[in-house]
Design a protein around this ligand. Structure first.
Ligand code: ZN
Length: 306
């Protein structure tokens, strides 16, 4: 039951806007930070899996608040932990693709990327019994340099993408990309709907607030304020998290100090923050609202410009 004061706050802030919630479904040892610290893909099967119980905590939180979400699932997870995918789909959530082996797009050729899109979709559709129409690149790795990926997404029949972070970052980001939902056009003219993570505009810069380490690091009220601000403009905000972010008991991987800080900061509080957001705002997945999101889109933005 939502306390009346909180409920009033949610109504005052968000109006009728339903925000978007997404999870990248991968093991804690599959993140880019682990790969950069020497964890090799051929060693993945030697690690103890911790994904299932974390996914179940996410599913329980969503069920407790009658929320639904999009789950971008790694093809490796479909191959090795099929039951996790079945449980997410059975709970009524959208299944989308997070590629096959968590390779950032700058390390794939267009042909390899096409194969990843087709293989992951086939596996995820077989397991979930639902059409897969959405994609998120590992580590938000669609940038101007990898904009060819947008053409490949369009050509393979994907309808939307959520891989562009409109910020400055050392590993990803397109700081001049639109902050709102828009049509992303690749160098040869292929287009998909782009759903960027929630940012705040402040002092002439876009600040990431909508998920992952940013959400873990920031007071959750800042995320709430950003959602209200988006809602006042009639736009949904998109939040993203990973099941491993709700698992403070995961083994500590050998990483450089800053990388380990980014990976582990606030893990104990992630579930409480997710539940705080679920109490105050309404959330749903991306794919099932595609038609209304297309209507709200801010026009086209061309990626891959020199
Ligand atoms: Zn990922």
């Amino acid at each position: 039951m939502t306390p009346p004061q909180e409920h009033a706050e949610a109504l005052a802030g968000s109006g009728d806007v339903v925000h978007l919630l997404s999870f990248d479904v991968e093991e804690y040892f599959q993140v880019e930070a682990a790969a950069r610290s020497g964890v090799r893909r051929e060693d993945w099967q030697g690690f103890a899996t911790r994904l299932g119980p974390s996914v179940d905590r996410v599913l329980q939180a969503l069920a407790d608040h009658q929320a639904s979400a999009t789950f971008f699932v790694l093809g490796w997870v479909a191959q090795h932990e099929a039951d996790v995918v079945r449980r997410i789909a059975a709970a009524g959530h959208e299944i989308a693709s997070h590629g096959m082996e968590h390779r950032m797009l700058q390390h794939l050729t267009p042909d390899q990327f096409r194969r990843e899109l087709l293989d992951s979709r086939r596996m995820l559709e077989d397991l979930s019994g639902q059409p897969v129409i959405g994609y998120r690149a590992p580590t938000f790795s669609i940038t101007h340099d990898t904009a060819w990926a947008l053409d490949v997404l369009a050509e393979t029949g994907y309808r939307y993408d959520s891989s562009v972070f409109p910020i400055h970052h050392d590993r990803y980001g397109v700081p001049d990309a639109p902050r709102g939902i828009h049509r992303a056009v690749g160098p040869t003219g292929g287009g998909v709907l782009e759903v960027p993570p929630l940012t705040l505009r402040f002092a002439g810069t876009n600040w990431p607030v909508g998920g992952g380490g940013y959400l873990r690091l920031l007071p959750v009220r800042v995320v709430g304020r950003a959602l209200k601000k988006a809602a006042r403009q009639g736009r949904p905000g998109m939040i993203y998290l990973h099941p491993w972010e709700l698992d403070p008991g995961q083994p500590v991987l050998p990483m450089p100090r800053l990388t380990r800080f980014r990976h582990r900061v606030g893990l104990r509080r992630t579930e409480a923050k997710l539940r705080w957001l679920l109490r105050r705002f309404r959330f749903t997945g991306i794919g099932r609202r595609l038609d209304s999101l297309l209507e709200q889109a801010d026009g086209a933005y061309h990626y891959g410009r020199p």
